[in-house]
Design a protein around this ligand. Structure first.
Ligand code: FPP
Length: 253
């Protein structure tokens, strides 16, 4: 094979059937650390390193949307030091990595509840979205302080308020409309949801959006997940037949 052909192959998406949107539950940081006698915070720190590799790898594979579950509404029940570690990592991730993400054409979207977060965190999240708004190579959706039930409840509350104010007739509320009130409005539903660490549940993540997603559960803890593991999950996805409630196989995007 010529050098030109090799270079072209390296740039082409590795699979014809690459999912347009991959969402990841990055689980197992604590167990990864415990297995090595390290503090949980070290697991999260190594988790951010894995995240960097996976964002880059997803771009190389031609994945258009990557959503990561980085802090759930339920994570507030963790010890205060661990919450501090996770918030510290988010601060550092945005401060250190935003310029590179921007240079690489990554658009950042943040989903989740911002009310109640410390003001410097909100400012960083806004800065990341504002700076990268017009990028088109890939969208990184950061689910931070996110819970699916809370997201749906917020959407319902806004719609109820419009009805109460006389600005909307209740009969106009349907699934298509409600979807536009979710944090993820404008983002296609995930084709593939990956959860690491061997756990097999959704944990209040994208419950509405996951209606027809394919699930791949990976036995690795998140800090050990890398581009090769992502490719294996994408390969497994490519072997699935998606019917969206119908009879014939369809493509998701
Ligand atoms: C689950 O591992 C992981 C989390 C609760 C947070 C994921 C966060 C990161 C990878 C780093 C932060 C990301 C950003 C963008 C700042 P776990 O602690 O539940 O692991 P365990 O189930 O083994 O205890």
């Amino acid at each position: 094979m010529s050098t030109t052909e090799t270079a072209a192959l390296a740039q082409a998406p590795a699979h014809a059937d690459v999912p347009r949107h991959v969402a990841i539950i990055m689980d197992g940081n604590g167990r990864w650390a415990a297995a090595r006698g390290l503090p949980r915070g070290e697991g999260h720190r190594r988790g951010v390193e894995a995240l960097r590799k996976v964002v880059r790898g997803a771009g190389e594979l031609g994945i258009a949307y990557l959503t990561i579950f980085s802090f759930s509404s339920e994570n507030w029940s963790r010890p205060v030091e661990e919450i501090g570690d996770l918030f510290g990592l988010l601060r550092r991730f945005i401060r250190n990595d935003l310029a590179e993400l921007h240079r690489d054409g990554v658009r950042v979207r943040v989903v989740g509840e911002r009310e109640g977060l410390e003001s410097d965190i909100v400012a960083l999240l806004n800065e990341a979205e504002d700076l990268t708004r017009d990028n088109t190579r890939m969208t990184l959706v950061v689910a931070f302080n996110y819970g699916s039930r809370q997201e749906i409840a917020r959407a319902a509350q806004r719609l109820a308020q419009e009805v109460a104010d006389g600005r909307r007739d209740a009969s106009t509320i349907n699934a298509d409309l409600l979807e536009t009130y979710l944090d993820t409005s404008g983002i296609p539903d995930p084709d593939l949801i990956i959860r690491t660490s061997g756990e097999q549940r959704l944990s209040n993540f994208l419950m509405w959006q996951a209606a027809y997603s394919e699930f791949v559960f990976v036995p690795l803890h998140w800090p050990d997940f890398d581009k090769a593991a992502l490719e294996r999950a994408v390969d497994e996805y490519a072997r699935r037949e998606r019917r969206f409630g119908g009879l014939a196989a369809k493509t998701g995007s």
